[in-house]
Design a protein around this ligand. Structure first.
Ligand SMILES: Cc1cc2nc3c(=O)[nH]c(=O)nc-3n(C[C@H](O)[C@H](O)[C@H](O)COP(=O)(O)O)c2cc1C
Length: 317
């Protein structure tokens, strides 16, 4: 199956289940429409004479990967798509040389997933029950995960169309983020930064990295796509912390744009679910492999030889 067939088959299979609504976006679904429209706005400055032979391998916060394309944080839909799906996703991502990132609920079997050898990260939500949140932060660090993520953008929980999903969250303060930093000895990533002000606060609170993200249209309506705010954020934090991005990335061309904006890694949410629904762990591997192959093709024609070497000037705004 090629990539568009995997997406089509996976989407159809998920829509036939009672979790199909999870593919939708918050309220008016503006964020979904805007994600695609903004990514599509940019074209490439071709530079093909002396084309490069790109190598997509990279190392980020002590983790070696074959590709800058990783999974974005998700748990809940995966076992509903395939029984035992979390292990399959782990195996698929391991085979692709990528990274797995879990979300809510925190899987009971993080240890078993980590044993597949896939580099693993796990997110924690800003639970109203702060005691439970800190307990989770402590517990996940004993499972073999490589990074800890904290969702700074889930303060009002999550919402799909008019349906409130997570409702047990409340925003984190700067001093709480500093306390979280003290609790977490692994690399700590703040997910959901969408402004220069929050990016600077993330650096000051001691984050090792940020994910510029609108949570894939599952939190607030009328949030921008990351590309609308990335130049100012990257300029403010460049060289201080690692920058990652997610939201609407579907193709190698989308990934190249993310790299050009200054991200070290690009996260995929729904495409991982489509791969799993289309062909289990192999489908997940195929999604990452095919996007990475598309990326290599493009990189060689814009004069980029590695993920860390994609110039912003590659993009025609
Ligand atoms: C069904 C579903 C569940 C998600 N669960 C979480 C979660 O538990 N924690 C989190 O930080 N993000 C969660 N996300 C958001 C993703 O991590 C990511 O930010 C988003 O999906 C990226 O956009 P994309 O789906 O267009 O690639 C979820 C997204 C989807 C579609």
């Amino acid at each position: 199956m090629d990539l568009s067939e995997i997406y089509e088959k996976g989407k159809k299979a998920i829509k036939e289940r009672d979790i199909g609504f999870l593919l939708d976006g918050v309220e008016t679904e503006f964020v979904m429409r805007n994600n695609r429209a903004v990514i599509d706005r940019f074209t490439f400055r071709q530079h093909c004479i002396d084309g490069t032979s790109p190598d997509t391998r990279c190392e980020v916060l002590g983790v070696e990967l074959s590709t800058p394309v990783i999974m974005s944080a998700m748990t809940m839909p995966i076992p509903a798509i395939v029984d035992g799906g979390l292990m399959e996703v782990g195996q698929g991502l391991k085979a692709a040389g990528s990274l797995m990132w879990t979300g809510t609920p925190i899987p009971q079997d993080l240890k078993a997933i980590a044993k597949t050898g896939v580099p693993l990260a796990a997110n924690v939500k800003p639970l109203i029950d702060r005691k439970k949140m800190f307990q989770a932060l402590n517990e996940i660090q004993e499972t073999g995960i490589r990074w800890v993520g904290i969702e700074i953008d889930s303060g009002q929980g999550t919402k799909v169309k008019d349906r409130q999903m997570a409702s047990d969250c409340t925003p984190l303060s700067f001093s709480e983020l500093k306390k979280i930093r003290k609790t977490v000895s692994l690399p700590l990533i703040f997910k959901g930064v969408l402004s220069k002000a929050d990016a600077i606060k993330s650096v000051d609170a001691g984050a090792d990295g940020i994910i510029i993200s609108n949570h894939g249209a599952h939190t607030l309506d009328y949030l921008p796509h990351p590309f609308q705010v990335m130049d100012e954020i990257v300029e403010a934090v460049k060289g201080k912390i690692v920058v990652m991005v997610d939201g609407g990335f579907r193709r190698g061309s989308d990934v190249l744009k993310g790299l050009a904006f200054g991200a070290s890694l690009i996260g995929l949410g729904r495409p991982i679910l489509y791969g799993l629904a289309a062909n289990r762990g192999d489908g997940v591997r195929e999604v990452i492999d095919q996007i990475t192959n598309e990326l290599v093709r493009l990189m060689s024609m814009v004069g980029a030889n590695g993920p860390g070497n994609v110039d912003r000037a590659v993009l025609i705004d």
